[in-house]
Design a protein. Structure first.
Length: 340
């Protein structure tokens, strides 16, 4: 018996069939958002545009990463009828994350996905797609904390660590848990247009489109304390971010020629001095946007970009958002005074 309802025989069409393939350790948020977002998508006549079912390699109770399990009524047979298969992440490491292969039950389930079905992942669900060979030679993304591990295990995949999601047509991947919302809204928008996606976003009280990518959520790195032949120059540059800093001035801090300094700098940081300096200016601007009410022009001056236009250009290039959008998201509000 079909796990999906029969399609409407009157017009040969019916709700788009979405199967959510879960594993032990699934995150309830990722599972719930798929059902809610696709469940809210309706035609102008109020008819559901999607039908969503949850399935697992074996039906029955499935532990989550919370303190409660879920009961999954459907097994992998649901994948044979699905138009779209969505693979959420799990917090329980299996062969997919440890040696790059699919455990036999999961491999057997994935093999039942019908040809032509669209396949998408949320967060580290991308490891499943990669282990199944579905991402070979394609662009993909995953949570920024897992990017290095992902690259090491699947060198044939072109990983973009900065974006919220990647659409490769029949295969889509998204970054962290909340990026699953962006991905589902994108799929709805692609299938049924902006008006339907915006209505779903309003009902869910989320933005229909988020600016930028996950680069804006990656913590600013703190340089490790170590002996360095260019460390004094970097420390000096950080004290003078509010003014132009030349390569010759930095090299002079270490009594080196520009050529030697540039070579040593790249060996120690993996970047050119100009690339490093730009990143430090952006990080300083991010801190001021988060912690102060200074104007964008004043922050641009304090961070050494000179003008607000230059700061906007550099922030969009590096982290994908404008200073104003970044401040809206990350501004630290002062604590309210205690009421006596």
């Amino acid at each position: 018996m079909s796990v999906f309802q029969e399609r409407n025989p009157g017009n040969g069409e019916g709700p788009h069939r979405v199967a959510v393939l879960v594993r032990e350790g699934v995150m309830p948020m990722e599972l719930g958002l798929a059902h809610q977002l696709f469940g809210y998508a309706e035609s102008p006549e109020g008819e559901p545009l999607y039908e969503v079912v949850t399935c697992a390699p074996a039906p029955g109770p499935v532990p989550t990463d919370a303190d409660f399990p879920i009961h999954v009524a459907h097994g992998p047979e649901a994948l044979e009828e699905a138009d779209t298969v969505l693979v959420p992440a799990t917090h329980v490491a299996d062969e997919t994350e440890t040696d790059g292969t699919l455990p036999p039950p999961l491999a057997a389930a994935v093999a039942r996905i019908r040809p032509g079905a669209r396949i998408a992942s949320i967060c580290t669900g991308a490891f499943v797609l990669a282990a199944a060979g579905l991402l070979d030679g394609r662009r993909a993304t995953t949570h920024w904390r897992s990017v290095d591990d992902f690259r090491a295990r699947y060198p044939g995949v072109e990983v973009d660590p900065d974006v919220l999601y990647v659409d490769e047509g029949d295969v889509l991947t998204s970054a962290g848990e909340a990026s699953g919302i962006d991905l589902c809204l994108h799929i709805i928008r692609r299938d049924h247009g902006t008006a339907v996606a915006n209505t779903v976003a309003r009902r869910t009280v989320v933005p229909p489109h988020r600016d930028g990518g996950q680069a804006q959520f990656i913590p600013r790195p703190v340089p490790p304390a170590q002996r360095s032949s260019t460390g004094n120059a970097r420390a000096w540059a950080l004290r003078h971010l509010d003014r132009p800093v030349s390569l010759g001035e930095m090299a002079a801090q270490e009594s080196m020629s520009v050529r030697t300094f540039t070579r040593r700098f790249r060996e120690e940081t993996g970047q050119t001095p100009v690339q490093w300096l730009t990143r430090q200016r952006i990080d300083h601007a991010r801190q001021l946007l988060e912690e102060t009410d200074l104007s964008v022009d004043r922050i641009a001056a304090d961070a050494g970009f000179g003008t607000g236009a230059s700061l906007r250009q550099h922030m969009r290039a590096v982290i994908g958002v404008s200073p104003r959008a970044y401040r809206r998201t990350f501004r630290v509000q002062p604590a309210s005074p205690a009421v006596p």
